[in-house]
Design a binder for this molecule. Structure first.
Ligand SMILES: C[S@@+](CC[C@H](N)C(=O)[O-])C[C@H]1O[C@@H](n2cnc3c(N)ncnc32)[C@H](O)[C@@H]1O
Length: 295
């Protein structure tokens, strides 16, 4: 009886030591995990880092932004930094367009989803909690922005690279730096800017139909403005062109060209003055001469 009692005491003692050791190991592991993952765990509860603070576009201005972009039921309207979702919701409600709103702030995304429900357009719009700089914007046909000037400039290469030629961008209050706006309006004391994403026209194009002979013209481009030079002509501009998406209009002293760009081919008409003839022209690009216009 006495030895049975002593055996149990020893077992209890050993069990206690093992339990304490296990607890120490568990505490260490938990402490270690917290130091490794602690920052991430805290950041979930932290407010997201905004590149632009929240300030909603007035409904009056939003209406004009949609009109400037000529939004129709065929469009897919993106708003990068969508706030409470009002622009894409208005595009869906008033113009039957589909929309995608992106905001890094979960509070704004929650509001947007609730507002879309209340407006009865949840079937047309979608909201994504994400940093706008990593959003896939390639499906957009219209882009709405109300950001800050430096954010527009940082975003500009992505807009020029990822959006299809002809996509309309409307920016509330701020320009795109050196990219000239295709149209501007002033509403309620706020400037609005429309930009049409230009096709890339850079490189050397072999034109047929100009003055009856095949001519190589090297095109250089700054956003929607293009200049063409003849080879060996000391970069003296021969053609001055402007782009509206994929539509091209060029002039020289003696003729003008209107056409459309599709990949490495331009098809159009050349007009030699009021009394002169109009002929069809075609140009084909050497693809290896094309350079990026995303700046
Ligand atoms: C000036 S508000 C514009 C709201 C809305 N577009 C409008 O016009 O009513 C800017 C919005 O951008 C969001 N934002 C700021 N930085 C962001 C980022 N890096 N990615 C996504 N959204 C961001 C803010 O949370 C805010 O809702």
């Amino acid at each position: 009886m006495h030895s049975y009692f002593r055996l149990n005491i020893r077992r209890l003692f050993l069990g206690g030591i093992v339990t304490i050791l296990l607890m120490v190991v568990a505490c260490y592991v938990l402490w270690d995990r917290n130091t490794v993952f602690g920052t991430e765990a805290v950041s979930v509860n932290q407010k997201p880092k905004l590149d632009v603070p929240y300030e909603p576009t007035s409904y009056g201005i939003a209406k004009v932004m949609l009109a400037m972009a000529d939004v129709t039921a065929k469009d897919l309207v993106y708003d990068l930094g969508c706030g409470d979702g009002r622009i894409v919701i208005m595009a869906a409600k008033e113009r039957k367009a589909r929309g995608v709103g992106v905001d890094i702030d979960p509070v704004r995304i929650k509001e947007s989803i609730e507002n879309a429900k209340a407006a009865g357009v949840s079937n047309l719009v979608r909201f994504i909690e994400q940093d706008l700089f990593i959003t896939d914007i390639t499906p957009a046909t219209v882009m709405m922005l109300y950001l800050w000037p430096e954010v527009n400039i940082k975003l500009r290469p992505k807009l020029l690279k990822d959006l299809k030629p002809g996509t309309r961008i409307v920016s509330h209050s701020h320009t795109m730096g050196g990219w000239k706006a295709d149209a501007t309006q002033n509403v309620e004391g706020h400037s609005l800017y429309l930009y049409i994403v230009p096709v890339n026209l850079t490189g050397t194009w072999l034109w047929t139909g100009l003055n009856g002979k095949a001519t190589n013209i090297r095109m250089t481009q700054k956003f929607q403005e293009v200049q063409g030079t003849l080879p060996g002509n000391n970069n003296e501009p021969f053609l001055t062109c402007s782009l509206k998406g994929a539509a091209i209009r060029c002039t020289t002293g003696s003729f003008s060209i209107e056409g459309r760009v599709s990949g490495d081919v331009i098809k159009g008409a050349v007009n030699y003055g009021v009394r002169g003839p109009t002929r069809t022209v075609k140009a084909t690009r050497n693809p290896s001469t094309k350079v990026s216009i995303a700046e």
